[in-house]
Design a protein around this ligand. Sequence first.
Ligand SMILES: Nc1ncnc2c1ncn2[C@@H]1O[C@H](COP(=O)(O)OP(=O)(O)OP(=O)(O)O)[C@@H](O)[C@H]1O
Length: 517
Amino acid sequence: MSDAERGRSLVEVEDLEKYYYEQDSLLDTLLRREQTAVHAVDGISFEVEEGETLGLVGESGCGKSTTGETLLDLREPTGGTVRFDGEPVSGRGKAETKAFRKRAGIVFQDPFSSLNPRMTIGESIAEPLKVHDLPASDPDVNVVTDVQTENLPPGSVTVDAADDLDTVVEARDGTATVHVTVRGPEEDRGELAAEDVTVDVEEDVDTGVEVRDGTVHVRLSVERSRRELRRERVEELLDRVGLSADQYDRYPHEFSGGQRQRVGIARALAVEPDFVVLDEPVSALDVSVQAQILNLLDDLQEEYGLTYLFIAHDLSVVRHVCDRVAVMYLGEIVEVAETDALFEDPRHPYTQALLESVPRADVAERDREVHTLEGDVPSPKNPPSGCRFRTRCPKVIAPDDVDLSQAAYREVMDFRERVEGLGEPLPLDYLREEAADAYPDVEETEALVRYVREEFFDHDLDGDDRAAVDEAVRSLADGDEESAVETLRERFESVCERASPDLDRDAERPAACHLED
Ligand SMILES: Nc1ncnc2c1ncn2[C@@H]1O[C@H](COP(=O)(O)OP(=O)(O)OP(=O)(O)O)[C@@H](O)[C@H]1O
């Protein structure tokens, strides 16, 4: 979509936090220890503009689904606000919540587990219609008729349309127009009777004709029951999502993954929402089917003027679908950009690393050096200080007087983490034994110093860098962990661990990285 078409924020997220609390063990419960908070979403702000598709990407466990579910008021936020069309989504009354649920829906990754296996797919799609008592007439919609007459004198026809015709006639800009043609007999047979008149209506409405005093009175109405109307609506939806009306009575297990996802989409669209969270809608599907579903989502967006939040871990999917992309890491948004800008010039090292791991079709590109992301996302129970990506970042900023390659600096940082008890603990007794075996003629502590340097550092350390590491190992040998931590911190502490970089949303290219400061 063009920039001119976008602009108004439909969803506004401000400092949103969602923590999960879980007791670690039975012992914690018995001792009434304080619960550990899982910082799934930790202070994010962004907006989704009307009519756009905003991508939300990041590795598994970064908090994408939690964000989507909190946006839809399916989870209560721990802090911050979500506004939909200017109104806060949580803490509202029953009626307002119901009205919001009609306007905002979700498509899940796995349509099989989100569809009730005991319901036919028609029933599944009809369910939200039932909940919202639909189809129903909208009092704000004006029903009008567009009448053509044939073989009848001017002014001899009146057409009366019931107010609720908008339940079956699609409204555009607040008006539902019914197109009617009323025909009289080809030849004049004297006095006109109702049987001589035919009424054709383009839309699917019921008609009644009476002739009184030479005037034809046509009545347009909907005579079908709500149940019949629902079935019709579901059949239309099935057709619209690429299935067929006669599949209404089939069960989910009779469908392929792609077909089930089409059902999931029809179910989400049944109540004609404005906003849909697509939570990894194609991740569970074969690659060949993915494109079909993405095309369908695209067509439906165009047709119904939908706004999407598209959650994905796979950047390659996002590229062709999203107008803008927000990149999430460990509960935070680290970069937001227009899709093309993000792919052509990613600013945050995490975005760069995610892009590096996207497989390229291009043969020339396949040979390029790939720095895929190493390790896992750290636990959101105890996120790293400062920049959360720093423990895996290939561009951590060393202090000015530390002149080490990034690889050497990374080794120091990883070692420091272990000394600080954040990574895997150092097996000190084992290292002592190994050091004594390796250097039997060297004093015990000095042997450990040498051994640790050899074991943990592939890159050479010189001068003050080496002195700081050696000094820290001596402190460890003395059982003084605190001094070891302090010595290493004094020499090597990075701005990336000291301060959390902000995402300046007013910047031309917002990226929460100290390299952008
Ligand atoms: N109900 C819960 N209780 C406790 N922790 C939870 C709960 N739901 C999610 N989490 C944790 O919150 C973090 C964020 O999870 P979330 O599912 O939102 O991430 P995600 O980016 O969507 O990942 P995925 O793609 O794997 O779903 C994870 O560490 C997850 O383990």
